[in-house]
Design a protein around this ligand. Sequence first.
Ligand SMILES: [Cu+2]
Length: 743
Amino acid sequence: MARPNSIQLTRRDMLKLSSAGAGVFALTASGFAVPRGFAGGGGGGGSLYLEAFPTSPLILNPFTDELVIPQAMRPADELNPQKPTNIYDPRDPKKQIHPEDRTTQDCLGNVHNGKYQQRYGSVLGQHSVWCDDLNMPDPIIYKIDVEVAQHAFTSSKVQPINSAGQKIVAPGNRGGAQNLPKSTIYGFNGTFPGPRINARYGQPSLVHFCNHLDENPHNYDRQDFGAPNYSFLTHLHNGHTAPESDGQPHYGAYRFGDLGRFTHEAAFEPGEWINQMYLGYPAGGDSREKQSFFWFHDHVHGHTGANVYKGMVGLMPIYDPDLDPGDEREGLRLPGVRIPYGTDGKELPRETRSPVFDVKYDVPLAFYDCRLDDGVTPHKDAHSGSGETRPEWWGMTYFRHFPNHGFVGDIFTVNGTAYPTMHVDRRRYRLRFLDASISRIYEFKLMTSRKGPQAANTLGYKGDELQGQYRLTDAQQCMKWVQIANEGGLLPNPLVRDSFELWPAKRKEFVVDFTRYQDGSPTKKGDVIYLVNTMKMTTGRMWDSADPKYQIPMIKIIIGDVAPDDSVDPMTLPKQKGIDSSGFQLRETQPLVPGWQNLMKNAPTFELQRGSSNDDPETEWLINGLQFDPLKPLASPHQDPADPKQGGQVWRVKNGGGGWVHPMHLHMEEHMVLQRNGKMSPTTRHPDDTAKEDVIALDPSEDTYISRRFRTFTGPYVAHCHNLAHEDHNMMFGWEILPPKTS
Ligand SMILES: [Cu+2]
């Protein structure tokens, strides 16, 4: 579908711009990427896009800001966590909102007997599944306002540089070391990353999201990206969630279509609110299906990348009261010390199973790369700008809706801070990795370096080689990872790894023992270890050829004092018998769809392709030759029957091109990868394919078969590439779960 009022440039204009404007771009002082933009394959037809990106100023004192570790968010009303009395409608501030009322899910009112109800059997504007239906307690209610705010990526002084890495005087007479201005964000409760909700299986959480993006009391400069109507649509990334709480454009087409609101307008605009129910209920009620680390992020049609890049990211670990309760004295004894709180907000004894708790030594790490405006790179894309420069935005985040590759930054941040330092106690930690970047893929190692970080420009690097800003020139791997989970939850067995890749939207979790190095020698107080990215990826297309010199320090880890540690080394956990002959140490493998071997023969196939469409000049990406149309679902399975031996499907998901990679994300239940390029899983490249996942990392031309099921809910969902530049340029399809077959 066309975006009726958001397009200022047609495809033809963009082509004209790229040929006529090449000289202009080349003359800018900084940041033009090598013109590698031949759009091969698909409908691109060999068209040339020149992508001009700014070179961010050099952060002069990296690794001085401490890593921010988000703490658990408190309920909206601490004294009444399940029945808050302090949530009001922003359009009618005297009117109280009762999120505990299942019949009023959002501000738009119920729609009885419409198309939606006829198709899926549930009423638009109501929760289709409530806690009672699953014999669960009432939800803990949280409140998140989506707000305009400011964010500082560093407190260090910065030096303006050009794409040759040379010191320059930036526009506005900005020469020499100086403070970096804050960037304007659209943030959950005005922070980046947004709040962390510590959830627990068996205890539903309900989040009241309210849009305040029209309010800008400090008059921050909004710059030129973010959904143009200031809308949001929050998706709890792979929560096992009913469609009305899933936050995505297929449901949005039903919810907002009757109001005449399509594409980016099919989302919650200023003053509007929704209560999203996150049940904390494993798929099919089966404990083997429990997951471990969610994140929530914006999902507005056509502007997901812009809104996520503008800050709409939150974290939600979900603990399992049995195996993984957030305390190392219980369950599998994974690292973590629970700090529970009572309804009065005061700390309770450690053993208390309060629904509100922090967990020490359990650290989420959200990775996000950005570019900062250099004041000389022109702004012009399909949504904003006419080629003008914006010297007044110098040092603030720069975004371009460039469809053909994706978007990679040159400053790397963790939990919102560029190049942080993390002081750790000498003991085991649990680290939860999340790639919250638009397109960037990372590969992480733990390394030591005698010389320490050196600015890439002082080493003679230029242009795209400046991405990451700092390098280690003498780094050696010093520790290994023990992987315990991916985004599908705990692996059946822990895995020892030297390094691992992290693709957009994926989560992977590790236990790291900071008491000793991989050679067995003990660490000492004051020792320094770096978390290092070794994946060189200078465009959003895919990684560059391997470069052993590309070692970018991301976090400086400083070893501190010995601390008590009741956790156990996951590798020493006893093996238990499971459905799988290899047994399990952590969590039993989830069963595959019955009869999957036969189902592979005629599996529904989804091929990710490069291409264009006459309907939407911005379309660059297709699935099965089609651009996203929320009203034409490409798959319509029925909800699985209660009998676990029945139901489910095998899908074939294929990367149709050799020049790109795609992190393909399927909403609702996670899948198991059965086969990659004809080889049964797990393959050596994906050893953690032993557990479920919600993003398939598709290498060039890769062909996969996955097993997936459709339980508990009915209604519209989506699947899309999580390279958000691809998603926003139509690499998405709608699919739906129809009510169970009655006969
Ligand atoms: Cu993609």
